[in-house]
Design a protein around this ligand. Structure first.
Ligand SMILES: [Zn+2]
Length: 410
């Protein structure tokens, strides 16, 4: 009896792991043929058939004949996850905008809304209330057969993963804010949203669906007002002990530098962030998005002062990257936000600094590219974060009572 119980438990945990492998693969690729699933998961054809049967019966997946594409023979059967079978609401708190999206299993974006807001410090309560409104609007935009399973949020700050506590968000003016519990209360429904730093989530999204797809050692650097970083090491996010890691914007790079929002001086973001660029380009430090557009337009028209200002940002970018490349040995550096837009103008100077300052061996293998998901990378990463529990154990979603979260209507 004991033996058969153990065997039963083992086969159940194998089944759960296999389901997770299949759902993870389909979620990342959008869809696959059974043969592709055999190749990518290493499972047998019959095991895959059985597990797909379970997913299909639960409404999470469906199979359909692919277009024959004019090739002879039977059209292959494509397996897809049903976007409405499980959806998440993703939220994003940036320095000058808030966003919400509804994302279905498989990565389909079913609803998207971004609202700009004036920069400057805003009370947590106001932001939380606005986010809850955006989430409710997103909920209303859902098809009624869609099953909402989780909410995820990205915040431009230093975030504890376990409960969404924001230790510091200098550019929002927050310090020691229990953002996770406030947001949970505003959303109602008695569930905890998953919350993480925006650059960490940008890295996750670029890794799963963007410029870093298929690359397992990635450094994502995102620059706007602040400079954030997200690290993927051996395919997994590197977050530090509680989630505060990756704050590359606060690497001290210039002992004689300017005061930083974090309270220190000469952090990387004081040389690389938007304010430094605007000042060097002869524009007001607080010029915001409009001034940034002016800089980019002037650069495109070949204005020498502006190009010099951008090159100086590029030099600091290369200096910081050289150190990070030496420490982390990434294959790919992905530049997001403003840094992604500056990439065409700074690519050469960044490469020069890497040649000059990084160790030859790690330098040789690293490539620097712009992000491909643009401003929505953290928002899409928040959706991926919200999907994590389902992806890691889809079996627990196959029961008779689907787990669903409700938002209060208040
Ligand atoms: Zn700092």
């Amino acid at each position: 009896m004991i033996r058969s119980t153990l065997v039963g438990q083992r086969s159940e945990s194998v089944r759960r792991a296999n389901l997770s492998a299949i759902v993870g693969e389909l979620h990342a690729r959008g869809g696959s043929s059974r043969s592709e699933l055999v190749a990518s998961t290493g499972l047998t054809r019959s095991a895959i058939r059985g597990l797909l049967g379970e997913l299909t019966a639960a409404g999470l997946a469906s199979e359909a004949s692919g277009a024959s594409l004019g090739t002879p023979g039977r059209p292959s059967v494509r397996v897809r996850l049903n976007a409405r079978g499980a959806v998440v609401i993703a939220l994003d708190v940036e320095v000058d905008s808030l966003a919400a999206a509804v994302v279905g299993l498989g990565g389909t974006v079913l609803h998207h809304e971004r609202v700009t807001r004036p920069r400057g410090h805003l009370a947590v309560d106001e932001i939380v209330a606005d986010l809850a409104d955006l989430a409710r609007m997103a909920r209303q935009a859902l098809p009624h057969d869609a099953r909402l399973v989780a909410v995820g949020a990205a915040v431009a700050g230093v975030v504890r993963r376990s409960d969404g506590f924001v230790a510091m968000a200098p550019n929002l003016g927050w310090r020691d804010v229990p953002f996770g519990s406030r947001l949970a209360r505003a959303l109602g429904g008695g569930f905890a949203p998953a919350i993480a730093n925006e650059a960490d989530l940008g890295a996750l999204a670029e890794h799963r669906r963007g410029a870093a797809r298929g690359v397992d050692d990635v450094l994502f650097i995102s620059g706007e007002v602040g400079v954030g970083g997200g690290l993927i090491v051996a395919g997994r996010p590197l977050t530090g002990a509680v989630g505060y890691g990756g704050e590359v914007g606060h690497l001290p790079v210039n002992p004689d530098g300017a005061r930083c929002g974090c309270g220190s001086t000469g952090c990387w973001e004081t040389e690389l962030g938007e304010r430094a660029l605007l000042v060097r380009a002869g524009l007001p430090a607080d010029g915001g998005r409009e001034a940034v557009e002016t800089v980019l337009a002037r650069a495109a028209s070949g204005d020498a002062t502006t190009l010099d200002a951008i090159a100086e940002s590029g030099r600091w970018l290369g200096i910081g990257l050289a150190g990070l490349v030496n420490v982390f040995n990434p294959r790919l550096v992905v530049l997001g936000g403003l840094l992604g837009r500056l990439h065409p103008f700074v690519a050469r100077v960044v490469e020069e600094q890497l040649d000059r300052r990084a160790l030859p061996a790690p330098r040789e293998i690293v490539r620097v590219v712009p992000a491909s998901l643009g401003i929505d990378a953290p928002l899409l990463g928040a959706a991926e974060l919200a999907f994590e529990p389902l992806l890691s154990d889809p079996a627990s979603w196959l029961g008779h009572r689907p787990r669903e979260v409700q938002l209060s209507t208040a």
